[in-house]
Design a binder for this molecule. Structure first.
Ligand SMILES: NC(=O)c1ccc[n+]([C@@H]2O[C@H](COP(=O)([O-])OP(=O)(O)OC[C@H]3O[C@@H](n4cnc5c(N)ncnc54)[C@H](O)[C@@H]3O)[C@@H](O)[C@H]2O)c1
Length: 250
């Protein structure tokens, strides 16, 4: 039996580096998928690829920072599947400046997508997760939601908020059939930071600070989501799963 047999999983940011890898892995483990992203073209391509490999996929164009989009998405999932077992929030954007150079627009955009978008997701689909009787939410924070880096002020604030939102939701829903955990990736080679990695390679300061001295491939991150989505983690809630090559170990 596959590890997600019978489960319906919604993934936001599904066409991104970690999102597409997670969608692929979940499909191989038997999940039926709801794939959400703003990138329409990439969404269609990914859905077609997974369907041709035998998966059942419902692609939804959705801006995670829009409550209206979330209401429509929740309704589409209810109409198609009736319930939801897994929510993975991977949609995210980054803004690199520190405190004094961050603009109000930059701040608002990052908080809207990363932080408000995570709460809107939880609010919209929690009734569907509760209806499954066995729901699991995996939010995406970062090592930058655990420790300060001296840059990316808005991003760090948003990822710190995601960490605590997951914990309070874990407590709120612990006896209501939904577990909530956060994943904290370190440096991962995806389109979000590819340009920086291409320019700086192994000399990129966060890579240098990583005891393993390399960035992760998205393939090394997706299994963390699989574990938390599966029933193998049935007693795990409110936890932070750090996947960072040792970056926050020192
Ligand atoms: N790459 C890293 O080093 C790293 C490290 C720690 C945490 N993360 C987090 O992992 C998550 C996935 O990032 P990634 O590295 O795969 O980046 P990515 O840029 O490859 O993927 C992000 C995805 O989110 C989508 N997206 C952006 N804004 C959206 C919105 N408003 N509504 C819906 N979708 C939207 C994009 O279209 C894209 O598909 C993000 O939350 C990111 O902050 C990444």
């Amino acid at each position: 039996m596959a590890r997600l047999d019978g489960k319906i999983a919604l993934i936001t940011g599904a066409t991104g580096g970690i999102g597409a890898e997670t969608a692929d892995l979940f499909a191989r483990e038997g999940a039926r998928l709801v794939l959400a992203d703003t990138d329409d073209v990439a969404l269609k391509d990914l859905a077609a690829r997974l369907e041709s490999a035998g998966a059942e996929v419902l692609p939804i164009r959705l801006d995670v920072s829009s409550g209206e989009d979330w209401a429509a998405a929740a309704e589409a999932v209810r109409a198609r599947f009736g319930v939801l077992h897994v929510l993975v929030t991977l949609a995210g954007v980054v803004d690199w400046p520190g405190i004094e150079d961050t603009t109000e627009d930059g701040w608002d955009r990052v908080i809207a997508v990363n932080q408000t978008g995570t709460w809107l997701a939880l609010r919209a689909v929690m009734p569907l997760l509760r209806a499954s009787g066995n729901g699991s939410v995996i939010t995406t924070s970062s090592v930058l939601g655990l420790v300060g880096s001296g840059a990316a002020a808005a991003y760090q604030a948003s990822k710190g908020a995601v960490r605590l939102l997951a914990k309070t939701a874990a407590v709120e829903y612990a006896t209501r059939g939904v577990r909530v955990n956060s994943v904290h990736p370190g440096v991962v080679a995806t389109p979000m930071i590819q340009e920086i990695l291409d320019e700086q390679g192994d000399q990129q300061p966060d890579v240098v600070r990583t005891p393993m001295r390399r960035a992760a491939s998205p393939r090394e991150i997706a299994p963390a989501y699989l574990y938390l989505a599966s029933d193998e983690s049935s007693y795990v809630t409110g936890a932070e799963l750090v996947v960072d090559g040792g970056l926050t170990a020192h």
